[in-house]
Ligand binder design. Structure first.
Ligand code: K7E
Ligand code: CUA
Length: 660
């Protein structure tokens, strides 16, 4: 979300103040909640929610899974940020997940969770999400709720229009918000060379059908605009993908004014099938690039990071028919495709209408060459009137994002006028509006961006919280609102706070995920290089100043639990294997004074904590997860001796220490 110019923001804020302070329309939620709302969100103790909602954490860099309709937080899935709660990004096995061409980057800004699709429907296999800052796309395995892969994208800055996927998850895309010189042209360019040397690059990341493995298939080199959001065509429009772009003025300073000069910016329509054919025909150009590809292996429970060294590119100005621009008023943000694939809805955040483009009219306009000029000499701009199906009139102020239900309606968030507006897709008539508290960004409907929306629930993902919850100092929780969309009129059901900023969310029927769930990892399949499959195999091995501790955890002891012979100057690697083979029995592991987080080891898994002792003495370690009645007994001691000491390695459990 970008800030609106103050000129527009001021009346909006006045409106907001009016609603909060004086209680004029839109009114306080108290009065707008129906008597049966509580019943509709009540999930009885011991019962499951009907729907999973995956909310981006925004600047937390993570994804949070909630149950809907209760709004109960189920899990924070660490993706781009280190997570001391379970050692993600701290353990030796997971550190490589956060490697990039810039080295270890333990944070990112995650905006758009995207469920994988089969035949245009959410299939519950994977969830993709973008890292906006250091451009990356992550893939989460929804069987384990763990991040399985992170792919960095070269040649771009600000991976915002990402990671939207095509109808069968053939590709997930990433496009640049901050155009910049391509990586192989990173000489010392002056910023004033923007129009000559800066470029955009659209990344097409191929996703393996069977295992989800990603690889950067190709990048389209496009004019240097700010690309903001995307959605792929479906059904008849399968094969195309649409991107919003703003700053077609190509300003590089004070964008709030300079990028709002033109009456219309663009939707960029890309024929990705054609791009795929060109690549297959060898028309791509390989250029050097440097980007990390990090994969978490579920058998070794270990991530590896490889730095890739080239990418295939296509300069779109050289291949007519690949890219078209459709004029779109004014600084468009969201672009959304209706379930039938025929309508393309753009949201110009400074526009007073919502333009709806027709896929069929776009094809006709291309056919008849109904152009309104060219970009960079030969990329056609199609005539607005030729591609427009119609405009939703007076929807509200600051339209941002649209999703769809299963009854032919669309729902659009209005950032400035703080409301969700329901309109009919076929005749573009407004049906209903409901206040949202306050300033919604995205919204989410179960299957609302797919070929088969489920309707029923809508989440409004709000930017500003103000008076909704108990105050928590200057920083308030982000706000999310659950709205019932089963009837003609939308009904507010529930408010709940979220973690980080929920830019976007995807919701899916729980059954689609439950059927794949993993309850524990099979110990027999554990191929970790440091696995210990039984207590009798535990050991402590010195190699120079490196000490490897092969440890096991089972209710309720860690083995070995007395370890001597560690010396100052040693690097100690404690490899903890959880021997449990049952659901919901993780063991934790922490060492006093370790400059690291804890480990949280799942049943059947091995995790490694690196510890460089800083002081000589006795150092306790223990399990951090209350795993049984004797959890508090699950502990042990290291003896750390001064550097150069001759104390030998000794380790034991249940007896006096024995020499190795
Ligand atoms: Cu509209 Cu980053 Cu998708 Cu925020 S973005 S709202
Ligand atoms: Cu294991 Cu507590």
């Amino acid at each position: 979300m970008k800030f609106l110019p103050y000129k527009l923001l001021a009346p909006a804020l006045a409106l907001l103040a009016c609603s909060t302070i004086y209680g004029c329309k839109p009114g306080k939620a108290g009065s707008s909640v129906d008597a049966d709302a509580a019943q509709k969100v009540y999930v009885a103790p011991g019962k499951y929610d009907e729907v999973y909602a995956f909310l981006s954490g925004g600047f937390s860099g993570q994804v949070a899974a909630y149950g809907i309709p209760s709004g109960r937080l189920l899990k924070v899935i660490p993706v781009f940020s280190q997570n001391p709660e379970n050692g993600y990004g701290y353990s030796e096995e997971t550190k490589p997940m956060l490697n990039t061409s810039h080295g270890f980057v333990p944070w990112d800004d995650a905006h758009h969770p995207e469920l994988s699709k089969t035949n245009g429907e959410d299939d519950g296999r994977w969830l993709f999400i973008n890292g906006n800052n250091t451009p990356r796309i992550a893939r989460i395995n929804l069987a384990t709720f763990k991040t399985a892969e992170i792919l960095e994208l070269p040649n771009i800055g600000g991976n915002h229009a990402s990671p939207f996927c095509t109808e069968n998850t053939e590709y997930v895309v990433g496009n640049t918000r901050f155009s910049e010189p391509l990586d192989n042209n990173k000489t010392d360019n002056p910023i004033s060379s923007f129009k000559q040397t800066f470029k955009g690059a659209v990344s097409f990341v191929k996703v393996n059908k069977d295992n989800g493995a990603m690889n950067l298939a190709f990048q389209l080199i496009v004019p240097a605009f700010n690309y903001d959001l995307a959605h792929a065509g479906k059904g008849p429009s399968h094969g195309w993908i649409f991107f919003t772009c703003y700053n077609t003025e190509q300003a590089n300073t004070l964008l709030e004014v300079n990028a709002s000069q033109r009456d219309k910016d663009f939707i960029m329509a890309v024929n990705w099938k054609k791009a795929e054919e060109l690549i297959a025909a060898g028309k791509g150009t390989k250029i050097p690039a440097k980007y990390a590809h990090n994969v978490y292996n579920e058998n070794t429970h270990t991530a590896t990071s490889v730095i890739e060294t080239e990418t295939q590119t296509i300069d779109v100005t050289k291949f007519p028919g690949l890219v078209y621009y459709m004029p779109c008023p004014k600084s468009p943000h969201g672009v959304d495709v209706s379930p039938d694939g025929l309508s393309i809805v753009a949201s110009g955040k400074l526009a007073a209408i919502i333009p709806v483009f027709s896929y069929q009219k776009m094809l006709d306009a291309i056919d008849k060459k109904q152009y309104d000029g060219m970009v960079e000499g030969n990329i056609p701009v199609l005539k607005y009137e030729a591609v427009l199906r119609g405009e939703v009139k007076k929807p509200g102020l600051g339209p941002l994002h649209t999703e769809f239900d299963d009854k032919g309606y669309a729902y659009t968030t209005m950032f400035v006028s703080s409301e969700v507006v329901k309109w009919k897709v076929d005749n573009l008539e407004i049906i209903d509006r409901i206040p949202s508290y306050y300033s919604p960004g995205h919204l989410s409907i179960v299957g609302g961006d797919s070929k088969k929306p489920y309707g029923k629930y809508l989440l409004s993902l709000n930017k500003i919280t103000k008076d909704r919850y108990l105050p928590t100092g200057p920083e308030l929780a982000q706000a999310c609102q659950l709205i019932d969309i089963t009837g003609n009129k939308m009904k507010l059901l529930l408010d709940f706070p979220t973690i980080g900023e929920p830019h976007y969310a995807q919701m899916i029927l729980a059954d689609k995920i439950l059927k794949n769930k993993v309850k524990f990892f099979k110990l027999e399949d554990n191929k970790n290089a440091y696995v210990t499959k039984s207590e009798k195999d535990t050991k402590v091995v010195r190699n120079g100043n490196r000490v490897d501790v092969y440890m096991t955890a089972i209710r309720s002891h860690l083995a070995p639990d007395n370890i001597e012979g560690i010396k100052l100057g040693d690097e100690v690697y404690v490899h903890v294997t959880n021997l449990e083979q049952d659901w919901d029995v993780p063991h934790g592991f922490a060492i006093k004074g370790a400059n690291n987080a804890e480990l949280l080891v799942m049943p059947g898994e091995t995790c490694t904590l690196k510890w460089v002792p800083g002081l000589a003495g006795i150092v306790p370690f223990y399990c951090t997860d209350f795993c049984s009645a004797l959890h508090q007994e699950m502990q042990g001691y290291f003896r750390v001796s001064p550097a150069g000491s001759s104390v030998p390695i000794k380790f034991s459990i249940g007896e006096n220490p024995v020499t190795q």
